[in-house]
Design a protein around this ligand. Structure first.
Ligand SMILES: NC(=O)c1ccc[n+]([C@@H]2O[C@H](COP(=O)([O-])OP(=O)(O)OC[C@H]3O[C@@H](n4cnc5c(N)ncnc54)[C@H](OP(=O)(O)O)[C@@H]3O)[C@@H](O)[C@H]2O)c1
Length: 252
């Protein structure tokens, strides 16, 4: 049995991962504030064991309890692999930083930075005595240069990339270590993308649709990204701490 812990499983890339992993050899622990009942039914019909944990990752101090509960349900004697995808993300607050409320800034820091760090730390600790394949994927973004209006989101993604590099370095020296990598999933058609487009003025939107038509900015379907991530988890052997763009993942 393979075990997968997926945050932000209710929508977008997280839901696509649940679909891609819906098979009899997999147990899925899905974490988000809402549940997609159709997704649960479809995963069960395909033979996967699926458990949904309704949880708000803003509650960072209860994450220890949440992850301990999940690990109690993992049979390490028979498990082939244990995987975690830190996928939940929050794009808000967007706009000039002085317009953001302190609580919105704190929400972004909790969900985008503190939660994945704590989840990774507990995962590494609780899987210490498991000798099979174990991997953490931190879903970040392509962060090339500073961008106005996106200070919280991109700072958070850059922070998790750096966290991944540091932890990856720690793990390079260890035997039987967890693999940890960060993933830039490219632009995908999801609710998050919709939120970004809603903010754009009419001129910017027209330019965006023109760029899509000319194939200059083509969003990828989350199902395509999910298949590549499953291939990476189950088949590939990335360097610990690496940042990988989804286009670099070859074969499925
Ligand atoms: N879409 C893109 O173009 C794009 C590009 C680069 C990187 N990414 C990254 O890819 C990942 C997935 O993005 P997406 O586009 O699939 O986003 P999405 O459609 O907005 O879905 C976000 C997921 O995160 C969960 N989530 C948000 N806040 C949460 C909280 N406080 N507690 C628990 N769960 C929470 C949501 O579930 P609930 O609402 O049910 O809680 C939802 O399942 C994110 O990390 C994002 O930053 C996306």
């Amino acid at each position: 049995m393979n075990y997968f812990i997926i945050t932000g499983a209710s929508k977008g890339l997280g839901a696509a991962l649940v679909k891609a992993l819906s098979a009899p050899e997999n147990t899925l622990f899905c974490i988000s504030r809402t549940r997609d009942d159709m997704l649960v039914r479809s995963a069960s019909e395909k033979g996967a064991v699926i458990e949904w944990l309704l949880y708000d990752l803003n509650n960072v101090l209860q994450i220890d309890t949440l992850i301990s509960m999940i690990f109690q349900k993992i049979d390490k004697q028979t498990a082939k692999g244990i995987y975690m995808v830190n996928n939940a993300g929050l794009i808000q607050p967007l706009g000039m930083i002085e317009k953001a409320s302190s609580s919105d800034i704190l929400n972004s820091v909790r969900v985008n930075i503190a939660a994945p760090m704590i989840l990774a730390a507990r995962f590494i600790d609780l899987s210490r005595d498991f000798a099979g394949r174990k991997m953490i994927l931190n879903i970040t973004a392509t962060v090339k240069e500073p961008r106005s209006d996106w200070a919280c989101y991109f700072s958070a993604k850059a922070s998790i990339d750096y966290f991944t590099k540091c932890v990856g370095k720690e793990k390079q020296k260890e035997k039987n270590a967890v693999k940890i990598v960060s993933i830039a999933p490219s632009i995908m058609n999801t609710d998050m993308r919709g939120e970004v487009l809603k903010r754009r003025g009419i001129g910017e939107r027209l330019l965006y649709f023109f760029r899509i038509k000319r194939d200059l900015e083509k969003p990828i379907h989350p199902d395509t990204v999910a298949k590549k991530l499953v291939h990476l988890m189950l088949e590939l052997d990335p360097e610990n701490g690496d940042k990988i763009h989804v286009s670099e993942i070859k074969g499925e």
